[in-house]
Design a binder for this molecule. Structure first.
Ligand SMILES: NC(=O)c1ccc[n+]([C@@H]2O[C@H](COP(=O)([O-])OP(=O)(O)OC[C@H]3O[C@@H](n4cnc5c(N)ncnc54)[C@H](O)[C@@H]3O)[C@@H](O)[C@H]2O)c1
Ligand SMILES: O=C(O)C(=O)C[C@]1(C(=O)O)C=C[C@@H](O)C=C1
Length: 364
């Protein structure tokens, strides 16, 4: 007897979940596709064990159903599922970036013997589609679950146990509180990134030096502006009342900067930066969290071909595990900064000593 997991919408998130479960003992993963070419793609990429276009075939004997479609489609799928004779004890969950409306929808539906528990993995990317899926996406991230009152603890525990395969850390939250908080730390930044890019694009239309000179700062703050338009249309419209409130607060923040500049208040500007720096430095950067739990070192590097390979080899020779390397601000003939990321603090400390011994300037 295997445990059957049905995934509706095998894109970035659904595909990543499928990869976490596929191949694990006792689990079979079935992907539901709404287009024939998608079903073939899921199979060709080896993300699922089976793929089907039939809602019934995917759902009827499933033990777990994951709804991983855009937020605007979630309620429709849940309604369709509620009309099927699902397996008794089946757990339906979703991964939508908003939680209040789907939780409210589930409460209105008759789901006899079946349990709905909302979910939201706090990990993702500006990329989308099954091509971007990764079994490592959720590792060390938080994964919010929003069980409705009255859901049996055993069902909650079963879902939590299954999600161990993602290596995420589960957080239990009320849906409304989720939407307030995630509205502020995820949805608002996406709006700001998009508005900023569009503002600069308008300047760039009359002077292309804007995009030519756009460097690290602009890229750092705007990566998420490349996120999928349909996914984000749905999220923002769904969390509309929270977003409108947050945007009014954002306007106050902008107004306060306008005031600091109009009044030439240098101290005020300094203190805004100090305050932000202090709060940001306390974010759980080095533990589990929405900011990748990596230990970073920065070093000055000359603009030499092969420099990445040389440093990686020096670290590798000492058995120091490097997780990621990135060159920041590298231009011809100008020294750049290299960011070296490590999974283990101990690796970072050893790398620091080694690099300093080799005369690199190292910043933490
Ligand atoms: N992108 C992120 O960073 C992120 C993170 C956490 C949660 N989420 C949530 O996960 C869900 C999926 O997002 P994603 O980033 O994986 O998107 P995606 O575009 O990569 O995947 C969406 C999947 O849904 C399918 N789909 C699209 N439109 C559909 C429709 N009309 N009917 C049926 N299926 C349809 C697509 O074929 C695709 O397989 C969304 O609800 C999103 O809010 C996204
Ligand atoms: O890292 C990113 O690109 C993301 O946008 C991930 C992110 C976020 O804002 O943190 C985006 C949407 C989610 O629902 C959860 C996580």
């Amino acid at each position: 007897m295997t445990t059957k997991i049905a995934i509706f919408g095998v894109g970035l998130i659904g595909g990543s979940l499928a990869l976490c479960f596929k191949g694990k003992e006792g689990l079979t993963v079935v992907g539901h596709a709404h287009r024939p070419e998608s079903a073939t793609k899921y199979l060709n990429r080896g993300v699922v064990d089976q793929a089907t276009l039939s809602l019934e075939e995917a759902a009827l004997d499933a033990d777990y159903i994951f709804l991983c479609v855009p937020v605007g489609r979630l309620e429709d799928y849940l309604q369709q599922l509620s009309k099927l004779p699902l397996k008794p004890g089946c757990i339906i969950t979703d991964v939508g970036s908003t939680k209040a409306s789907i939780a409210a929808c589930a409460l209105t539906l008759d789901l006899p013997g079946v349990h709905f528990i909302g979910g939201h993995p706090m990990a993702g990317s500006e990329r989308s589609g099954v091509e971007a899926a990764s079994s490592l996406l959720f590792e060390n991230a938080y994964y919010v679950l929003t069980p409705p009152p009255g859901v049996p603890e055993a069902a909650y525990q079963a879902l939590e146990s299954l999600l161990l395969h993602t290596r995420a850390q589960i957080v239990r939250l009320e849906p409304e509180r989720h939407d307030e908080i995630v509205g502020a730390i995820s949805h608002l930044p996406h709006i700001i990134a998009v508005a900023l890019v569009n503002q600069i694009q308008a300047y760039d239309n009359s002077d292309s030096l804007y995009s030519t000179l756009a460097a690290g700062g602009f890229r750092d703050i705007t990566r998420i502006a490349s996120s999928d338009p349909i996914i984000w249309r749905d999220i923002l419209l769904n969390n509309r009342s929270v977003m409108l409130r947050l945007l009014k607060d954002w306007n106050d923040e902008v107004a306060s900067f306008i005031h600091l500049l109009e009044s030439g208040d240098g101290e005020g500007i300094e203190s805004a930066f100090h305050e932000a720096n202090h709060f940001r430095s306390q974010l759980p950067e080095r533990r589990k969290g929405m900011i990748a739990p990596l230990f970073d070192l920065h070093i000055d590097v000359p603009d030499h071909p092969g420099i990445i390979g040389r440093i990686a080899t020096e670290l590798g020779d000492q058995g120091i595990n490097l997780s990621n390397v990135q060159i920041i601000e590298s231009r011809e003939d100008v020294p750049g900064i290299m960011r070296l990321s490590f999974r283990q603090e101990n690796d970072m400390e050893r790398a620091k000593v080694l690099l300093q011994e080799n005369d690199y300037t190292v910043y933490m």
